[in-house]
Ligand binder design. Structure first.
Ligand code: ARG
Length: 461
């Protein structure tokens, strides 16, 4: 196939080299962005009288036909045409003839590809943000429905203090909201129109970059042509926001895996999001959660690939940068799929109430409350800590829980204790006393549910 840059070449490209340098197998997914950008560029060229209206209309009609061919899977992508830009331009010349050659006036593939990625990322962020919203809403909903459920809160994966399950779930909503902010913040820097930078120096033609920006809905145009074609920091920002989202999701998945075990039994996943074992008939495995946890690895890896690829590269465009696409596409596809599956998995999971007796029997969840009670009675906290430690040791020796202790037993350890102590070490009261803004008291958690419900109702953009 004749190359679009064939003029200076006497020999044809080596076959292996052709395959090696081609990006069409993965950048073909940019076809709609590429055509959208080309149509805007073409309209602008006509308005600036660089091409005629007749020429522009012909080119645009051809591009629209190519769009339909791609949408319907009829477009034949060719490796020898290297990438999506040249595949489309070549097809355009087949459809409209030599006038197709005018489309690339005042443009280079360097600014073109940068525009395409920006258009692509705007859509991807829209999708990811709505997935994050959907997940956050689902979690707030679960928190509302299960407001009475208590679980042991953990530090070091050791039972620490009783908390409302809702409080624990809303912790993830806070993370998701920050994830969303990070994506929206990256969006601002993505939302800049680079066309007109051409190869690196700008263009000789009197184009109006603001027209192109307006046609494509960009509030800003790039200010330095070298920077515009040379950097991919906006791709790295997207991958970094994605990596953090996956880190959050993978922690949640780890908890789902643990909670779904018979040892924990805090929740039961629906059959729809688990799989069986080919050998052990009793098994119901939390594959969705495990896969998401596992897929965080490739998303972190993509960020590192991208940063390493960019590192040490001289300005401006270098072909290394073609390597930005696979990590980017993989990141976006993975994050979207994981968010979708996770939301459906958690929505269909059943949270199982833990009986009061079991909570009392486990791990001295309200030991800190006993210490705090002694502080209320005027005992310095350090001393209160010591007394409580002795109480726990006594329980362990005698195979008792805090709730099993009689007043006489407690007073043997400290005379400062009287019968109100039972009020303080009861699990429910322990939570209700955490009545501080951001704490696990039901009143506080209800207030957060209200705040989050309102926040998620407001269209943030
Ligand atoms: N396929 C190329 C890429 O993705 C497009 C830009 C090519 N520019 C060039 N000067 N070879 O980076």
């Amino acid at each position: 196939m004749k190359k679009l840059w064939g003029g200076r070449f006497k020999q044809s490209t080596d076959a292996l080299m052709e395959t090696f340098s081609a990006s069409i197998s993965f950048d073909k997914r940019l076809y709609d962005c590429d055509i959208e950008g080309s149509i805007a560029h073409c309209k602008m060229l006509a308005r600036c009288k660089i091409i005629t209206t007749v020429e522009s209309k012909k080119i645009i009609k051809g591009l629209q036909r190519i769009l339909r061919e791609c949408d319907e899977g009829r477009f034949e992508f060719s490796e020898s045409l290297e990438d999506i830009h040249m595949n489309i331009e070549n097809r355009l010349s087949e459809i409209v003839g030599p006038v197709a050659g005018k489309l690339h006036t005042a443009r280079s593939r360097n600014d073109q590809v940068c525009l395409d990625i920006r258009l692509y990322l705007r859509k991807e962020i829209d999708d990811i943000v709505s997935e994050l919203d959907r997940l956050s809403k689902a979690l707030v909903d679960i928190a509302k429905k299960n407001i009475d459920l208590c679980i042991p809160g953990y530090t070091h994966l050791q039972r620490a203090q009783p908390v409302l399950l809702s409080h624990h779930l809303l912790a993830y909503v806070e993370m998701m909201l920050r994830d969303k902010e990070r994506f929206l913040d990256a969006y601002k820097r993505i939302n800049v129109m680079p066309l007109g930078s051409a190869a690196l120096a700008g263009t000789n033609f009197p184009i109006d970059r603001k027209i192109t920006a307006k046609l494509l809905g960009f509030p800003e145009i790039s200010h330095n042509s070298i920077d515009a074609v040379a950097d991919r920091d906006f791709v790295a920002e997207f991958c970094s926001a994605s990596a953090l989202t996956m880190m959050h999701l993978s922690r949640f998945c780890e908890e789902v895996v643990i909670w779904n075990t018979s040892e924990f039994g805090f929740l039961e996943l629906s059959d729809a999001f688990t799989t069986g074992s080919s050998i052990m008939p009793q098994k119901k495995n939390p594959d969705a959660a495990e896969l998401i946890r596992g897929k965080s690895g490739r998303v972190f890896g993509n960020l590192v690939s991208l940063l390493t690829m960019m590192k040490g590269m001289p300005l401006a465009y270098n072909k290394d940068m073609q390597e930005d696409k696979e990590p980017l596409f993989d990141t976006s596809e993975t994050v979207k799929a994981c968010l979708r599956i996770f939301t459906d998995m958690i929505k269909t999971a059943m949270f199982i109430p833990i009986p009061q007796k079991e909570l009392e029997a486990s791990g001295f969840l309200t030991a800190t409350d006993l210490a705090d009670y002694l502080v209320l009675k005027g005992v310095p906290f350090r001393e209160a800590h010591e007394i409580t430690g002795k109480t726990v040791a006594y329980c362990l020796e005698n195979k008792k829980t805090l709730a099993d202790l009689s007043l006489a037993e407690l007073r043997k350890i400290s005379k400062r204790i009287d019968k109100e102590v039972f009020n303080h070490i009861a699990i429910k009261n322990s939570m209700d006393r955490k009545n501080i803004y951001g704490g696990t008291a039901k009143k506080q958690v209800r207030a957060q549910i209200l705040r989050l419900t309102k926040k998620l109702k407001n269209k943030s953009r």
